[in-house]
Design a binder for this molecule. Structure first.
Ligand code: BMA
Length: 381
């Protein structure tokens, strides 16, 4: 009898002990009812931090500097022979019932690209430069009072909910070939510490911004019942920890944290110093609060510096644990006559150095990302 008690006691300790350990080890998503695939992906993103940095590219499969909608094409692949390890897509204009987004990518094609990227085991992140709901103009129209107008009780709240319904319809259509939902990182209201978007710093208070974020997440999760989203909050370049956290909606509302940076006028020295400082702040916050740290958008001066990838960018990344880096789009020649691209294409100035960067053990393009099995069972520690 006595030995029975001892055995039961030991089994109980073993049982609860394992569960307590798991509870401690497994980071929690904003959405406690997230589909298992999203929970698995999120857990794996933490474990993958020890394996390297996924390389991402916005609109990679849709167009490059010298091509548009060529099946299977990708500037990343044209240069390195491999696709990226993550993909960024953009939903601006989904709210207007337009069949194409603000950068002319047809939403139907985007769905196919998301399915293809997911099938290759890569990560998917989605941003939303939604129009200004108060004026109907673009995301860059900073009409005063827009955020206040779409919060509950505001004159455009009902319209904003209709926009969220349209967004939700699209997000819920992202499925793999078997019809299962594809978990995606959703990154709305980015760069809110700048003032170029209507949700930016000079156009709403920190409290209004947080309310906007929380009510948007709550609507998608609790009213629309979307359970495949991982929520990313990111600033632009920021001064210090307080500045980063000024509009942070709270730990229970955010899964991934990051910042966006375009080198532009920054010298190499200044850029490296800035990156080191911001990555240190970002990763400290991420590890304290159990969030995934990422470089949510970047663009370097690759047209001026042939060795930018290994001579500057890799140096900035080497010391830090970052989940992924997302290069912005290779738009090519735009209607206003300007050229926009952030990764090389065949013949581009920094092409050879990008190949070296791609070969670096820390950088995860398609094959190394696929080997992580992000959507499969939890990676072994
Ligand atoms: C900007 C530029 C624009 C684009 C916008 C949204 O950085 O690339 O051309 O419309 O992002 O994708």
């Amino acid at each position: 009898m006595r030995s029975f008690f001892v055995r039961d006691f030991l089994l109980t300790v073993l049982f609860f002990g394992t569960h307590i350990l798991l509870a401690v080890a497994q980071p929690e998503l904003v959405d406690k009812d997230a589909i298992p695939a999203a929970k698995t992906l999120y857990g794996n993103l933490f474990k993958a931090l020890d394996k390297g940095i996924m390389f991402g590219h916005q609109d990679d499969l849709a167009y490059g500097v010298h091509w548009k909608y060529v099946p299977g094409n990708s500037d990343t692949k044209l240069v390195t022979g491999e696709y990226p390890g993550m993909y960024g897509w953009e939903l601006g204009h989904i709210e207007t019932d337009s069949p194409i987004n603000l950068d002319s990518v047809p939403f139907d094609k985007m769905k196919e690209f998301v399915t293809q990227g997911h099938k290759r085991g890569s990560l998917i992140s989605i941003s939303w430069h939604l129009n200004n709901p108060l004026t109907g103009k673009s995301a860059w129209d900073p009409a005063p009072g827009t955020v206040a107008a779409i919060l509950p009780g505001g004159s455009k709240h009902a319209l904003y909910q209709i926009w969220l319904d349209k967004l939700a319809d699209f997000l819920v259509s992202l499925k793999d070939e078997k019809g299962n939902l594809i978990p995606v990182i959703f990154r709305p209201y980015h760069e809110g510490n700048g003032s170029w978007f209507w949700w930016g710093k000079d156009h709403c208070t920190p409290d209004e911004f947080k309310q906007l974020w929380r009510s948007t997440v709550a609507y998608l999760r609790d009213t629309k019942n979307l359970h495949h989203l991982i929520y990313a909050f990111n600033t632009d370049r920021f001064g210090n920890r307080e500045a980063f956290l000024q509009r942070y909606p709270g730990d229970e509302w955010v899964d991934v944290i990051g910042f966006d940076i375009y080198q532009r006028e920054l010298s190499q020295e200044k850029y490296l110093a800035e990156m080191d400082r911001m990555f240190s702040v970002l990763t400290d916050i991420a590890f304290e609060r159990k969030k995934v740290p990422a470089l949510t958008e970047f663009g370097g001066n690759i047209h001026k510096d042939a060795n930018w990838w290994t001579g500057t960018f890799l140096k900035a990344l080497e010391k830090h644990k970052i989940s992924y880096v997302l290069a912005w789009r290779n738009a090519g020649l735009k209607q206003d006559g300007s050229m926009e691209y952030y990764i090389p294409f065949p013949g581009e100035y920094s092409e050879a150095d990008f190949i070296k960067f791609y070969k670096h053990p820390k950088m995860l393009f398609q094959h190394k990302t696929d080997r992580l099995k992000l959507y499969g069972k939890y990676l072994k520690q």
